[in-house]
Design a protein around this ligand. Sequence first.
Ligand SMILES: Nc1ncnc2c1ncn2[C@@H]1O[C@H](COP(=O)(O)OP(=O)(O)OP(=O)(O)O)[C@@H](O)[C@H]1O
Length: 293
Amino acid sequence: MTRYAVLHGPRSGRRGAGAVGAVVVARLRAAGQQVTEIEAATREAAQTVCRRAVEEGVETLVAVGGDGVVQIAANALAGSSTALGIVPAGTGNDNARSLDIPLKTDAAVQTLLTGVRRPVDLIHVSPYDLHVVGSVPCGLDALIASRASTLPRWLGAQSYTVATVPEIIRLRPMDYRLELDGQVLETRALVVAVCNMPIYGGGMRIAPEADPGDGLLDVIIIEAVGAAAAVQLLKGVFSGRHAEHPAVRIERAATVSVAGPQLTAYGDGDPIGPLPVDCTVVPAALEVMVPLR
Ligand SMILES: Nc1ncnc2c1ncn2[C@@H]1O[C@H](COP(=O)(O)OP(=O)(O)OP(=O)(O)O)[C@@H](O)[C@H]1O
């Protein structure tokens, strides 16, 4: 028997993840597991109840929701022996996609019961003292994440693609000063994304070669291009073929500083805070339950 704590996101997906959370709790109990349901009305309260569950020694903390709920759970258990379980019930669910965790509830619960623990890195973001699981968009992609959050929920994962269109029309390259393991890189770019996971934006394979367990961050830089090339890049980003375009540069580093534009960096689909940010990989910061392959 395994001890689980199950957290659901009250604002995840179209209707909140409460109903999916109840199914997860019922299935785990039916399988003979010991389950505590944890609930919270705010992000901060969710963080506190998750920390308490970890201190009390739950073996798996299950995040039922989208990438925001996954981030809350990951921050609470990083560095502990508690594993992270993910049952996707959000909009993008990009961390689950990146880790090959099934999007269907039954299969995701099965992964909790019969999967294996996979060591996964996190991105520590200063000065905000936050751990991000997936990626930190710092350019056009951050503007798209911001716009997507204002669109109707029924759009689901499509909201990121829909939000891209007006941002491509208003295309504004920005001047960046990056530092990759101390090496300065100055560039005029549309997109700067610091990635632990390959996928963001509701299924966009932005960093096709990113390995969440390699102890390094992939930095995707899309240099200034016109609207026609931007549309081509958008078409290729779902398969990862955009990476072959000459305007796309991919670097790898353990520490990445991003400065320049006056915009808010995002992380796991939520705003973090204004640039500049310092991103540092935390190797094998947690273990995630993934399907046995
Ligand atoms: N207990 C909670 N109380 C209040 N807000 C929460 C709580 N848990 C999560 N949130 C916030 O609710 C928002 C939506 O949650 P979440 O990110 O899980 O769903 P989503 O946005 O639909 O999915 P995705 O991030 O995968 O696109 C996020 O900003 C998240 O930080």
